[in-house]
Design a protein around this ligand. Structure first.
Ligand code: CO
Length: 209
């Protein structure tokens, strides 16, 4: 599937399929959205968010970037977050990383990646925070996988550092989840990050609300 024209053919098929099931499908879709989830994942072409979660249009608000980072000075992710939490009032935020992530791999290599350096620096900071645990791992693949998981955890912490998340947690019980997509099996793994506990541990420093 490389030809652009094929994409438009596929689109026509997709429209026909949707209308065959429900003739008002697009009419209803155009009325608005009320997603319960905000999903922040990697841009990797193999990690197709809606597909792997089996969700329909309108169900998940999505943001993807290299290595699923929640950088507090990235206007893009912060805008998505604020809109999803304060206006759409999503009930859950998911940060979903994946094994074999090229962004994580690049951050483990001592090399100049040009404009990507400042982006990948966020991942190197995660490595520094967990250096002891990571350096104690003999196996390179194991260390790589673990950094994928720790990166998800730290991005969840970054979410908790924002006023929007703190307010929504307190007022209506918004929850943050950390997942990893195992590209070898297709399985979604819940890292079971203890959100209230993390919140309690860092609020003395990051409390805004
Ligand atoms: Co990736």
């Amino acid at each position: 599937m490389t030809k652009i024209s094929k994409v438009f053919e596929n689109n026509e098929k997709w429209i026909a399929e949707k209308l065959a099931i429900d003739e008002n499908f697009f009419k209803n879709l155009s009325k608005g959205q009320k997603p319960e989830f905000l999903y922040i994942g990697c841009s990797d072409s193999r990690v197709t968010a809606e597909d792997l979660m089996g969700v329909k249009p309108g169900e998940v608000f999505i943001h993807r970037n290299i290595a699923n980072l929640v950088n507090n000075i990235d206007l893009n992710v912060m805008s998505v977050l604020n809109y999803a939490v304060r206006h759409l009032k999503v009930k859950h935020i998911v940060v979903c990383g994946h094994y074999n992530c090229g962004g994580i791999k690049a951050a483990m290599i001592p090399e100049d990646f040009g404009i990507l350096n400042s982006w990948l620096r966020n991942i190197r900071d995660v490595y520094r925070l967990h250096k002891e645990e990571l350096n104690n791992m003999e196996d390179e693949t194991e260390r790589y996988n673990r950094l994928v998981e720790l990166n998800v955890q730290e991005q969840c912490v970054n979410l908790i550092k924002t006023a929007a998340v703190q307010q929504a947690y307190k007022e209506r019980g918004l929850l943050v989840h950390g997942w990893v997509f195992d590209i070898h099996t297709g399985r979604l793994i819940d890292l079971k990050i203890d959100f209230p506990k993390i919140l309690e541990g860092i609020m003395e420093i990051y409390k805004l609300y």
